[in-house]
Ligand binder design. Structure first.
Ligand SMILES: Cc1cc2nc3c(=O)[nH]c(=O)nc-3n(C[C@H](O)[C@H](O)[C@H](O)COP(=O)(O)OP(=O)(O)OC[C@H]3O[C@@H](n4cnc5c(N)ncnc54)[C@H](O)[C@@H]3O)c2cc1C
Length: 409
């Protein structure tokens, strides 16, 4: 990277400013934010630098250079990110540099496969944006997500993996024995085998304060973060489906009480899970027909969840130790929806879950999709367990399966 002292001049209502801030954040580039609506000196600076015009975002870098309304590609270039591959043909292209993709890249490259790894945002995937990882074996004191991502990336580079960043894969199809991958910057690459390691994103509520307290009281994974709240008095769970109820029950292992805030008038989980809630002897309280309005905190920590009752409009607040949001996960697989078989939520099917072609389902290698030569590992795979350790394990196993496939081509 060229420098780390960056100042972004913009305004809260400006979508291009938000996009630029998101991009810098994903690349782990620290920056100072100046809202020119609040900061008159900042506004004067922008007008002076843009010949009298108030153009935002105006981004100033440590070397004194300036970018005005840059695209993500221009920002990537300025940060010195590699966005263009050396070649057009590879043995293996991996889409997604989260734990699954990076691990597969280490295995494949170490065994001599010519491997290209394509990532649209920060290296490390969801693990890279996790404040602390407490349950990955080998780190008895836990490890920061960014540190973990940097270590795995360094290991992949050591084995010669070619990694491109700020490159979004938009579509793919088969051409003359190769899979062709098309990226957002208008380029395309070819490979005998492709690994989809694109992960999934937790659905958010989109209410004020939610983004501000992620990792500081707001969480999306009870297995990952529940143990941090051992001995808590109350934990809030938002959602009424299977994962909300099951994760809520799991959280009673740590908290005296769990309060479920449910949008609908009933739980939509399995009957077994609902029965367990009834048997929990009030350790799980369910509030129906309520909508979360905002999260508020103090000293950079969540303190209050505000919500209202749908019918009466009555507003209330609750002060839990933490809030866990389980309103669904969206797999990052839309770019292959016409190509490989998926379940109804968009998670990619493998092995015996495949339905379209019994012969292929029978002979498919581990982690192979409905299309021979295309594999999937990690959170994007139907049936995966949405943990870093399992994504790493799937990445390794998929790479070994890919090795067998490549030997046959
Ligand atoms: C806040 C938070 C905390 C967590 N804490 C823990 C924890 O403590 N312990 C634990 O075990 N698990 C934790 N998890 C879950 C864990 O991070 C995931 O299970 C794991 O990262 C999944 O790895 P993956 O490689 O399958 O996918 P991801 O980590 O999601 O990586 C997928 C990558 O693919 C990229 N991508 C997607 N689409 C495209 C495309 N079209 N083109 C190019 N690139 C693309 C994405 O940008 C992303 O970098 C947490 C998750 C979150 C969000």
């Amino acid at each position: 990277m060229v420098d780390t002292t960056v100042t972004v001049y913009g305004a809260h209502w400006c979508p291009d400013c938000q996009r630029s801030k998101k991009f810098l954040g994903e690349q782990f580039v620290p920056f100072k934010w100046v809202d020119i609506e609040q900061d008159k000196e900042g506004e004067r600076f922008v007008i002076q630098k843009n010949s009298g015009k108030r153009i935002i975002p105006t981004i100033v870098f440590g070397d004194g250079s300036l970018l005005v309304e840059p695209s993500n590609a221009e920002l990537a270039k300025k940060l010195g990110l590699k966005t263009e591959a050396r070649k057009a043909y590879y043995d293996l292209i991996i889409v997604g540099a989260g734990p699954a993709g990076l691990t597969a890249a280490i295995y494949a490259s170490r065994e001599g496969a010519d491997t290209l790894l394509l990532e649209r945002s920060g290296l490390g995937g969801q693990a890279g944006i996790t404040v602390g990882v407490d349950n990955f074996p080998g780190f008895p004191e836990g490890i920061g997500g960014q540190d973990f991502a940097a270590r795995v990336t360094q290991q992949a580079r050591r084995f010669g993996v070619e990694i491109l960043q700020a490159v979004d894969v938009e579509r793919m199809h088969m051409k003359e024995g190769y899979h062709e991958i098309y990226t957002s910057d208008g380029k395309h690459y070819h490979a005998h085998a492709v690994l989809l390691a694109t992960g999934a994103s937790y659905r958010r509520l989109g209410v004020p304060g939610e983004d501000d307290y992620i990792g500081a009281g707001i969480h999306f994974c009870a297995t990952c973060d529940g143990p941090f709240y051992k001995g808590a008095r109350d934990i809030v769970v938002v959602g009424g489906g299977n994962s909300a109820v099951e994760e809520g029950l799991h959280l009673t292992n740590f908290s005296e009480k769990v309060t479920l805030l449910v949008r609908g008038h009933e739980l939509t989980a399995s009957q077994i899970a609902i029965d367990k809630v009834k048997e929990s002897r009030s350790r799980v309280e369910v509030k129906y027909n309520v909508i979360v309005d905002a999260f508020e905190g103090q000293d950079a920590k969540l303190r209050t969840v505000r919500y209202h009752h749908k019918d009466s409009g009555l507003t209330e607040e609750i002060h839990p130790a933490a809030a866990f949001i389980f309103v669904g996960q969206v797999p990052n697989t839309s770019f292959v929806k016409e190509y490989v078989e998926m379940d109804k939520s968009g998670f990619v099917l493998t092995g015996h879950d495949l339905t379209h072609d019994d012969m292929h389902a029978h002979y498919a290698r581990p982690f192979e999709t409905s299309v021979p030569g295309i594999f999937v590992a990690g959170d994007a795979r139907h049936g995966s367990t949405k943990q870093i350790a399992s994504a790493v394990g799937e990445g390794a196993a998929a790479a070994i399966s890919i090795r067998e496939f490549l030997r046959g081509t």
